[in-house]
Design a protein around this ligand. Structure first.
Ligand code: HEC
Ligand code: HEC
Ligand code: HEC
Length: 192
């Protein structure tokens, strides 16, 4: 999982609530807040609770254990070997959920090859949701959240590709698009 680290004057949305309760409430009710979420008992959608789906001949078995959520899949990051992985985050929330599972690289989640359409209660292949030229090289999408999605779906992301190991160690001030993504860092404002 990427790590939440407050830095550079970013203090997090809960610091704004005391003085801006109405704005906080209206933001809290919005899809901006939930654009990237950590998967837990309170956030996990029903679609990943003890169920099995087949998409393009591949079986995904979802299981909940001790408040954590797992998927058994033919893991693209292990050349298709069957593996059970913990689902750690999701991106989207209004129309679609993209799920991220723990890979062998601690702060670099891998992307589930299927995407959940909320209105239709249906899973589809990722490439049917995110269109690309047909000659685009096939990738495992490992590191995609760190490299790409974090820049718009989190607050104050620092991507931090580690030069020696070539793994990501991404820091964010907050998952989702919070107050400071639009208003900028709040520390000085609060001190004043
Ligand atoms: C200790 C109280 C306090 C806290 C905490 C606080 N603010 Fe404020 N904020 C104020 C006050 C007072 C104003 C001025 C209100 C006015 O002029 O009507 C203000 C004004 C603002 C404005 C401009 C409003 C305008 O009309 O131009 C924004 C945007 C804002 N705050 C965002 C934030 C954000 C984001 C946070 C959290 C990071 C935050 N504030 C935390 C007290 C606070
Ligand atoms: C340049 C900014 C940007 C980047 C980078 C970006 N997104 Fe988005 N994304 C958006 C915006 C803006 C929307 C809202 C579009 C809309 O609702 O019409 C969105 C919407 C979405 C949605 C649908 C949200 C919903 O309401 O259900 C998903 C899922 C999503 N993005 C996933 C991703 C993933 C996965 C990546 C990385 C591969 C990514 N995005 C990268 C800006 C971005
Ligand atoms: C997606 C961007 C975005 C996010 C997220 C966001 N704001 Fe705003 N906020 C705005 C914009 C744009 C305005 C100006 C709205 C206007 O003038 O009508 C605004 C206005 C305000 C104002 C001025 C008073 C008002 O109601 O017009 C305050 C205070 C404020 N926001 C606080 C917050 C706080 C606190 C949060 C988080 C809990 C937050 N905002 C989240 C974009 C955002």
């Amino acid at each position: 999982m990427p790590t939440v680290v407050l830095a550079d004057g970013y203090v997090g949305s809960s610091s704004c609530r005391e003085c801006h309760a109405d704005e906080h409430q209206s933001w809290h009710d919005s899809y901006h807040r939930t654009m990237t979420q950590v998967i837990s008992k309170s956030t996990a959608p029903q679609a990943i609770v003890n169920t099995q789906v087949q998409v393009e001949g591949q079986t995904y078995s979802f299981e909940q254990r001790d408040g954590r959520f797992f998927v058994e899949l033919d893991d693209p990051t292990l050349h298709g070997q069957r593996a059970t992985r913990q689902l750690v985050m999701m991106t989207g929330s209004h129309h679609m959920h993209v799920f991220w599972y723990e890979s062998d690289s601690e702060h670099t989640p891998a992307q589930l090859p299927i995407v959940y359409l909320i209105d239709q209660h249906r899973w589809i292949p990722r490439r049917s949701a995110f269109l690309r030229p047909s000659d685009f090289p096939k990738t495992t999408e490992l590191g995609r959240w760190n490299q790409t999605c974090s820049s718009c779906h989190s607050t104050h992301p620092r991507q931090r590709l580690q030069k020696e190991t070539h793994v990501w160690d991404t820091h964010v001030a907050e998952f989702g698009i919070s107050c400071e993504a639009c208003h900028g860092p709040g520390q000085q404002h609060i001190e004043l």
